[in-house]
Design a protein around this ligand. Structure first.
Ligand SMILES: [Zn+2]
Length: 350
């Protein structure tokens, strides 16, 4: 073989090796950004659990708060005053159920009614502690520190913790008449059912998701995945909880399906998620549901996750269906091998 040909062959080989190196480098550079994508949680939550706990005790200080009671009226005024202090617009949704005047409280930011998310909690408490082991206590009302006040405490602190520029994406709803089921012929979830019944089809379409907080204050809080919740919405919230190192509370286990205020939303076709402590704490529907069972730390964990959820949605909007979240990064990840192979082939042709 002539030296010239040999030299050319050697040169060609060198070029192939060089091209291969560049191609491998391209492959590496294109694949690296995915694991190194900026954290999904660049926002550092400012939700303050101590403030939420103060909202909790402010409610229990009124005493038990069953539907139609004076205590519940005082509690309602406290919620309204707090929201208005934080410059939220408050609408009272009055309705009557079995001759009892009931009121849902709706907080919107700057009169916006096009919010994509509804955060909900019930603010009434159970009229009787019918689960109390002591028969003598079963005619006593429940104080509802966890079952009622905890969810409200989280929503009231979110009202001030959410960044101002994205508050209009959330509507805060405080449901009446959730917790009197099977007493004197009452149903459960009466207030949330009424609320959803009043929504127009247009409004229903505009709600991207509903998140309910119910019994989220226990000092040893455990939140398994509630069984009837919209899974993609649940996944998004659980991902944030994991990123914030709250996987010890947002548990990767199923918690059964609960009849709760998220159900009317699900029935209306709105993605909905119930954050609820299960199995229910031992003091559930007893006279022992008192503030000493709850902690600021637990309220803070839940509040932080919801705060980051809304912030994330403002920058990386996802819609939630039963079939999973549309995730632009997932699509990019699936498409990227094709792009890489295409670049590789183009480069080889040169
Ligand atoms: Zn209850």
């Amino acid at each position: 073989m002539p030296e010239k040909v040999l030299r050319e062959l050697f040169f060609t080989e060198c070029m192939v090796v060089k091209h291969m190196r560049v191609a491998v480098l391209c492959l590496f550079l294109l694949s690296v950004p995915f694991p190194l994508l900026p954290s999904q949680n660049p926002h550092s939550p400012i939700f303050n659990g101590s403030n939420a706990y103060e909202h909790l005790t402010a409610q229990t200080d009124f005493g038990p708060r069953p539907p139609g009671s004076d205590n519940l009226s005082l509690c309602r005024q406290y919620i309204v005053d707090t929201l208005e202090t934080y410059n939220w617009t408050v609408t009272l949704q009055n309705f009557t159920y079995k001759d009892v005047d009931c009121v849902n409280i709706i907080g919107t930011w700057a009169s916006e009614e096009s919010s994509q998310y509804v955060f909900g909690a019930h603010y009434d408490t159970r009229p009787f502690a019918d689960n109390d082991p002591d028969v003598n206590n079963r005619n006593e009302p429940v104080l509802g520190a966890n079952d009622g006040a905890s969810g409200v405490g989280v929503l009231l602190e979110l009202a001030i913790a959410l960044p101002i520029d994205i508050r209009s994406s959330v509507e805060l709803v405080f449901f009446d008449a959730e917790d009197s089921g099977n007493i004197d012929g009452w149903d459960w979830i009466v207030g949330s059912t009424y609320y959803v019944d009043q929504l127009t089809p247009t409004r229903i379409d505009s709600i991207n998701g509903m998140i309910l907080v119910d019994m989220v204050g226990d000092a040893n809080l455990r939140l398994p995945r509630e069984g009837s919740s919209t899974q993609s919405l649940q996944d998004a919230v659980w991902d944030i909880a994991t990123d914030l190192s709250h996987g010890d509370i947002f548990l990767e286990e199923s918690g059964g399906s609960i009849i709760d205020d998220h159900r009317p939303f699900l029935l209306a076709g709105i993605p909905a998620l119930d954050l609820i402590h299960t199995p229910f704490p031992w003091y559930w529907h007893t006279v022992e549901d008192t503030p000493d069972k709850c902690s600021a730390e637990s309220l803070e964990v839940v509040g932080e996750v919801l705060e980051v959820f809304i912030v994330n949605q403002s920058t990386d909007f996802s819609t939630f269906t039963e079939n999973g979240t549309f995730d632009v990064f997932l699509v990019a990840l699936l498409v990227s091998p094709i792009v890489i192979v295409g670049i590789f082939i183009l480069y080889r042709r040169k």
